[in-house]
Design a binder for this molecule. Structure first.
Ligand code: AMP
Length: 412
């Protein structure tokens, strides 16, 4: 039996095949340049890497190509289409409707359509993927797994903005938070690694990749998170500004005669570390340039680290204490320098880094403890695995276990 996971972006389809026995991924792949010329598929299946070039005019053609590649040949990852028993779809925005994953029904599709105005870049391609996969695999359950769902436990004081209340009522303007599947996975995994009950821990999870977000996970519930109404809010990111004075864009729009669409582009694509350095969003480039004496890159690293440090302090205060900090995603898993700078000076909170363990924890997708053994707050590096949550939720829904009161993940 296989579970297929799909993550459809505007011009890409990422996929994986999960085998519940023995709980492992058989293969992972991506179709790039969907809807553009020169589309191609790349796949990793065991030691074998393959690449197939074929134009895919839309998501339907891309999903069709994925199914063909998965089921063709003697040592194909999946014996035949019939052995795919469910499809899990990464879905960005579930609004206030979805606090957990849900089976795709015509009503869910309608709701997602309506939510597209909240996530115009993400929900339409997610929906296109759902429709394409349902057309090709009509007889099996399809499951939507939402980036926003894990954060639906936030209390009103964390999700309401100090703005006219009618905006919340009329337009749904509130903090939703994103990267929820990742925050769920790494926080649950942290409890396993610490050998402590999940519902007793106060954890700050830091998902630091090209996009970045933090979450306060208190006794198993997300109680605050740094991304907001959109993924633009919060930490300093590769090309997104994160927290700024909201008067700044208004000032620059007037001063330079820019319209809303142009400002949206500048804040999402030309700000963050790219804006600060003027050259790079990739932290490897920034660290290298800083080592070579580039002052703007040195400042950019310090600014990113300070934004992480401040969120750790804020969330420790919000939770009334702290047991564990988790770093994940491209930067969190690899950049010893950002981790060290973010955690320096936090001994007053009980955070004591082990410099050698921190240096050692990079690449290799390995889990590691990087705090000293006597540190009251444990600091962990945990490679995220959103696909695993998507596959496990889909499997649980397929097997009718998901709604049982004792449903939980065993990420051990
Ligand atoms: P993600 O969005 O999770 O794929 O993360 C992408 C980010 O991770 C990029 O900005 C990369 O520069 C960063 N990254 C990957 N490897 C390293 C590394 N060894 N050191 C610093 N940053 C890294």
């Amino acid at each position: 039996m296989s579970i297929l996971t799909l993550n459809c972006g505007s011009s890409s389809v990422k996929y994986s095949v999960y085998d519940p026995e023995p709980k492992s991924f058989v293969c992972r792949g991506i179709v790039e340049r969907v809807g553009l010329s020169g589309s191609f598929l790349r796949q990793q299946h065991g030691q074998a890497e393959s690449r197939i070039e074929r134009d895919c005019a839309d998501h339907s053609a891309a999903v069709q190509l994925v199914l063909e590649v998965l089921t063709t040949g003697d040592s194909s990852p999946v014996r035949d289409v019939a052995s795919i028993r469910a499809v899990g779809h990464r879905t960005v925005h579930g609004g206030e409707k979805f606090a957990r994953s849900a089976r795709v029904t015509p009503e869910l599709v309608k709701t997602l359509d309506a939510l597209s105005s909240l996530a115009p870049l993400h929900n339409p391609p997610n929906l296109a993927g759902i429709r394409a996969a349902q057309a090709l695999l009509p007889d099996i359950p399809h499951v939507a797994v939402f980036d926003t769902a894990f954060h639906q436990t936030m209390p009103p004081e964390a999700y309401l903005y100090p703005l006219p209340y009618e905006w919340y009522e009329r337009h749904g303007i509130r903090r939703y938070g994103f990267h929820g599947t990742s925050h769920l996975y790494v926080s649950k995994r942290a409890a396993v690694l610490l050998g402590r009950p999940y519902d007793t821990l106060r954890i700050v999870t830091l998902h630091v990749g090209n996009g970045a977000s933090a979450a306060a996970v208190c006794c198993g519930r997300s109680v605050d998170t740094s991304m907001g109404f959109t993924p633009l809010e919060g930490l300093v990111m590769g090309t997104r500004c994160g927290w700024i004075d909201p008067a700044i864009p208004l000032f620059v729009m007037q001063a330079e005669g820019l319209d809303a669409a142009e400002m949206d582009r500048l804040l999402n694509k030309q700000s963050g570390l790219l804006g600060l350095t003027g050259r790079f969003s990739d932290r490897r480039d920034i660290e290298k340039a800083a080592d070579e004496g580039d002052a703007r890159c040195t400042h950019a690293i310090a600014i990113e680290a300070l934004s992480l440090k401040k969120v750790i302090g804020a969330y420790a205060a919000a939770m009334g204490g702290l047991d564990c900090v988790v770093f994940t995603a491209g930067v969190g898993e690899n950049s010893a320098r950002i981790r060290e700078k973010a955690l320096s000076g936090l001994a007053f909170l009980g955070i004591h880094l082990d410099p050698a363990a921190n240096e050692h924890a990079r690449g290799g997708k390995a889990e590691a403890r990087i705090s000293r053994t006597d540190s009251p707050v444990r600091v962990l590096v945990i490679p995220t695995d959103e696909e695993l949550v998507i596959a496990e939720d889909s499997l649980a829904i397929l097997e009718g276990r998901f709604d049982a009161p004792d449903f939980d993940y065993s990420f051990d």
